[in-house]
Ligand binder design. Structure first.
Ligand code: AMP
Length: 140
């Protein structure tokens, strides 16, 4: 029993170009951009272009496309940040930790022993975010 999709959510607005983002990648079904309040340097988000709330209501074709873009981003972020590993995270509904109700996967390059920044996280400096986005795009 999935909730309805809300077209006013912030990622829908990013997809419509109503609010800016640091774009990393786009194809027919998927879109990737920098998380504006990063848990670690290089924290990216991958979303479907379709109106999908989370994994629970995601059509198979969109889910398949999204996970392939997640893999592509994970590889690029790992190289860009010379990371020891990559954390991939995804939440479903408020009880599952979801805050923005458009399906998204977090892709976070991680150094050995590095902790994620505690919540609530500050907005990243725009220039730093732009530089990190360029580092990832260069490896895609
Ligand atoms: P969650 O739904 O719990 O996975 O969290 C939503 C994520 O979206 C958080 O990591 C936020 O920092 C991120 N976020 C919220 N607004 C924006 C935005 N305008 N641009 C990029 N990332 C955002």
């Amino acid at each position: 029993m999935s909730e309805a999709y809300d077209d006013a959510n912030v990622f829908a607005r990013i997809l419509r170009g109503e609010i800016p983002c640091h774009k990393l990648y786009e194809d027919e079904r998927t879109f990737a951009f920098m998380d504006i309040m990063p848990a670690v340097d290089g924290h990216a988000l991958v979303i479907p272009k379709a109106r999908v709330r989370n994994v629970l209501d995601c059509p198979a074709e969109d889910l398949a496309a999204v996970i392939l873009t997640v893999q592509r981003l994970a590889r690029a972020a790992r190289e860009a940040f010379k990371a020891d590993g990559v954390t991939i995270q995804q939440f479903n509904e408020a009880a599952g930790g979801q805050e923005v109700f458009h399906l998204h996967f977090h892709v976070m390059p991680r150094q050995m022993g590095e902790r994620v920044r505690p919540l609530p996280r500050p907005y990243a400096d725009k220039e730093i975010l732009a530089a990190h986005a360029e580092m990832i795009r260069a490896r895609l």
